[in-house]
Design a protein around this ligand. Sequence first.
Ligand code: SF4
Ligand code: SF4
Length: 177
Amino acid sequence: MIVKLDKCIGCRSCEIACAREHSPSKSGERITADTRKALSRISIRTGLTNPTDAPEMRPRKGKSKTAITTGKAYPIRCRHCDDPKCVEACMSGALIKNEEGAVIHDPDKCVGCWMCIMACPYGAIKRDLENKIIVKCDLCLHRDTPACVEACKTGAIVCIVGEKSERQNESIAEGSG
Ligand code: SF4
Ligand code: SF4
């Protein structure tokens, strides 16, 4: 998965599409009712301005830390790493890297130990506390195009499955900052 940071406007359409795609009903109308089970595999975060660089944004006494939240929106998502630390950490065999280069999770083998969450350097894995397993991006292999890619109207998310995707991702992220 490649993200063109300069194109992300933080609209969260990708989050909603992912949650809907992985919900039991796959229905936009019932997304609220499904919320506990409809966990998005992608998260939009907003950068924190360094308070030392922006004195006016420093938290003041009695103000919430969220007062300093500002900056560029960016998606947190699985990069389907060439050398996936999550797979290495998973002792139950619930995570594998398949022949197409996708890192896939088998919920039936997952014991909810959270080792993969600790091992992932990108914070790309979420807890499904209701079922005591993890959830992660499955590249929507059941679809022609991942739901997040289809939902992103600015073209900020591009799907490339293959061994070079992580490297390309890093170079694009660095270039668009
Ligand atoms: S979950 Fe994390 S470590 Fe595993 S493939 Fe995705 S980004 Fe890499
Ligand atoms: S939480 Fe599940 S997928 Fe993650 S390391 Fe443990 S058994 Fe493997």
